[in-house]
Design a binder for this molecule. Structure first.
Ligand code: SF4
Ligand code: SF4
Length: 436
């Protein structure tokens, strides 16, 4: 099917969660304590079991009420419940389907639908628009306006605008966009040839992280190709129930990458990785792309997963610091990767590693959740930072850009100024000859 780019008002008219997935839940409740919204609110209907019960009711013909929409919306999509569930309930698939169904039926105004379609189908996938927005953000930050507003606390007086502003990423110039299409040679003998997916907003807000990722891969004998026609993975669209937009983006990425001959496709964003590894499900009813999607997902690796699976080259200098790790939900629960990042951190000489209790409970980031449900997200973050503060850790490490932003805000608002880094950024510092 050809990818359409016309500005049509899209709604993914999905049929909702599969009955076979709903039937897997035996209502045992073993997932409740793993659920951040249940822990925070103590409401059954905001627990995984409660949400599945409500989805089943809707599947049987119950009306979609405002209360149902609110309970589904309050779910972080962190999939902590999926890890805890002994019956193998595919909760991630259930919540995505429920949201896609709501998106198809919700009575949004024409302009609201138009705006959402513009954001997810045209703004985020557009390199030009992201560069313009990134330049405006850079001006706001470099002019000192951000510092002044934060010092004066002006935004705190306007609802929760202060909290929202604290989550704003830094515009990192130069942006990463000019690197797209380039190939970076392996250092020493070439061991692997990998494709790197640079993300969408990450090209503006995590340009240095992307560069660090390439350096660490190069140090470990990887030739790193940044495929020219890559695009946003579609995760943000899926989390907003706009699956059809995500399918178009998935097809573009498959076309961009599968024409090359790679040992692996790498991402440093766990949230993107979860979606990229599920392209075969997203495109399962697309006969033209289903087999290619399967091949794509077989090659797809999180950067920590890839590095932990190869023999890392020596050459790291001691960092002499105390480090703790916050699981990214999409890595730990979405991709079931928990050992790889810890193994990498423990491999850095001089690092004292502190295992954070509840490291696998969401920090409140969850895509755009911390913007849409800011109060609850900040409450989760406050709890998280209380644990970090008592640990004495100087660096909080995680594996996903969204979690980096949330934890940086946590360090600033509720913490003790701890540095917040991605796993590969700490590896990069250890490999580099000068302190970071
Ligand atoms: S989702 Fe799993 S753990 Fe939770 S109630 Fe259902 S069967 Fe039990
Ligand atoms: S995805 Fe996270 S917030 Fe949603 S029900 Fe599961 S554990 Fe709770």
């Amino acid at each position: 099917m050809a990818a359409s780019s016309s500005l049509t008002v899209l709604a993914d008219v999905a049929s909702g969660p599969r009955q076979s997935d709903l039937d897997k839940c035996v209502h045992c409740g073993l997932c409740l304590n793993a659920c951040p919204t249940y822990r925070e609110l103590g409401v059954e209907m905001d627990s995984p079991r409660g949400r599945i019960y409500q989805m089943a009711q809707v599947a049987e013909g119950a009306p979609i009420t405002d209360a149902y929409i609110e309970h589904i919306s309050l779910c972080l999509g962190c999939r902590g419940c999926e890890t805890a569930c002994p019956s193998g309930v595919p909760y991630g698939r259930l919540i995505e389907s429920a949201r896609a169904q709501l998106e198809g039926r919700q009575k949004r105004s024409f302009f609201c639908r138009l705006f959402r379609t513009f954001i997810f189908d045209h703004f985020i996938p557009s390199r030009i628009m992201l560069q313009v927005a990134g330049a405006a953000l850079y001006l706001y930050q470099a002019s000192g306006m951000q510092r002044v507003l934060r010092m004066l606390g002006v935004l705190n007086a306007i609802g929760n605008l202060g909290n929202l502003e604290a989550l704003t990423p830094n515009a990192e110039v130069p942006f990463f966009f000019p690197q797209i299409g380039k190939t970076f040679p392996a250092q020493g003998e070439r061991r692997f040839r990998v494709a790197f997916l640079a993300g969408c907003i990450a090209n503006v807000a995590f340009a240095r992280l992307n560069e660090a990722t390439i350096r660490v891969l190069q140090k470990n004998g990887c030739e790193v190709v940044i495929p020219a026609d890559q695009n946003c993975c579609g995760a943000l669209a899926i989390h907003s129930g706009l699956k059809e937009i995500a399918r178009r983006l998935a097809r573009r990425n498959i076309d961009a990458v599968l024409s090359g001959d790679y040992d692996a496709i790498i991402t440093n964003a766990a949230g993107c990785g979860s979606t990229l590894k599920e392209y075969h499900e997203l495109l399962e009813e697309d006969p033209a792309y289903h087999d290619q999607a399967r091949r794509f997902t077989t090659l797809m690796k999180d950067v920590t997963e890839f590095l932990a699976s190869i023999e890392m080259r020596p050459g790291m200098r001691p960092l002499n610091t105390v480090v703790t790790y916050q699981d990214s939900c999409h890595l730990a629960h979405g991709q079931k990767i928990t050992a790889a990042p810890r193994k990498l951190l423990r491999s850095i000489p001089g690092v004292t590693y502190f295992e954070m209790p509840t490291a696998d409970v969401c920090c409140g980031s969850a895509g755009i959740y911390n913007i849409v449900h800011n109060e609850l997200a900040m409450s989760l973050l406050r709890d998280k930072m209380a644990i970090v503060n008592s640990s004495g850790a100087q660096i909080i490490v995680t594996a996903n850009p969204g979690c980096l932003l949330q934890l940086r805000a946590g360090s600033r608002l509720y913490g003790r100024g701890q540095r917040v880094l991605h796993v590969v950024e700490l590896l990069d510092e250890a490999y580099s000859s000068t302190p970071g």
